[in-house]
Write a protein that binds this ligand. Structure first.
Ligand code: SF4
Length: 287
């Protein structure tokens, strides 16, 4: 029987769309073309991942073979609580387990081998690059898959249609990225929130580390009000990175004030389009 033709996402990256033969069996699993066998999901624990979980459970998306959440060891309690209460049982009902990749799989912690702080803290000159996302999420995800014996795979990343600037091809040959919320079931972040509400679930949390400098004032305020233990740990962390780096005054908050002195009700720098996540491009955080 002649196999159906399916266009790949190659057209996104300024190369001619490729037409490939896709086994019928594969086509039933996802409309996105893949030539690899293992379907993996980088589960982020936030709004888009929760929307993806609902789409999987309702049969609108296929079931991934491996679903992995990379624990940075700084994960906000709200993310754990919400996911443990609602999403773990939901996915379990269709036979999916969220596997946790430990932070032990990261080869660096807070500082790189050259001593650089890996998180995007604010300095007097600007903001440090976001290296943590690649080190604590992307590379840990890949190492975890390798340990499971995965040689070649397709990976779902949870970006939504309003995050096209974050849609970038994988930088390794053995792992191909796909974005179900951009191509298969196109949805914006707002639509994801609505899907979650329509399912009768509480508003989903925005997933990020409690120490993340990309947090906006509303998120800091929420952390301080509802998760004071996380907030206190962030305050301690903020102080610690400054004490360690006496050369550059580094801060978690853009006001360059110690976190426990910041008034989170004050106006902050407006967010530019595409900068909602502080410009973090990895695709493994905030989904
Ligand atoms: S949430 Fe923020 S601090 Fe945590 S890994 Fe991602 S960018 Fe880094």
């Amino acid at each position: 029987m002649k196999q159906p033709n399916v266009y790949t996402q190659a057209g996104l990256f300024d190369t001619a769309p490729q037409v490939v033969n896709v086994p019928t069996k594969r086509k039933q699993r996802t409309r996105q073309q893949t030539t690899n066998d293992v379907l993996t999901w980088s589960y982020g624990g936030g709004t888009q991942s929760i929307a993806l979980a609902l789409l999987v459970v309702s049969g609108k998306l296929p079931k991934p073979d491996i679903t992995v959440f990379c624990d940075t060891s700084f994960e906000a309690s709200e993310t754990w609580e919400y996911n443990n209460q609602y999403i773990v049982p939901l996915l379990s009902s269709v036979g999916i387990t969220i596997e946790i990749a430990s932070h032990d799989l990261a080869t660096v912690d807070l500082y790189g081998k050259n001593g650089d702080l890996l998180e995007p803290a604010y300095t007097q000159e600007g903001k440090l690059p976001t290296f943590c996302s690649a080190e604590w999420k992307k590379r840990v995800f890949r190492r975890y898959l390798r340990l499971q014996g995965v040689k070649s795979c397709v990976t779902w990343l949870g970006m939504s249609t309003d995050e096209l600037d974050r849609v970038k091809p994988s930088d390794v040959e053995w792992q191909q990225y796909v974005w179900p919320l951009v191509f298969d079931v196109p949805m914006s972040r707002t639509e994801c929130v609505q899907l979650v509400r329509n399912a009768g679930l509480p508003p989903p949390p925005k997933s990020s580390c409690y120490i993340c400098p990309h947090r906006r004032n509303a998120q800091w305020q929420r952390l301080k009000m509802y998760y004071p233990q996380d907030f206190q740990k962030a305050v301690t962390h903020d102080r610690m990175i400054r004490e360690r780096d006496k050369l550059h005054s580094v801060y978690l908050h853009e006001s360059r004030q110690p976190l426990d002195q910041v008034d989170f009700t004050q106006a902050e720098t407006p967010v530019l389009f595409g900068e909602e996540n502080g410009g973090c491009q990895s695709g493994y955080c905030f989904v």
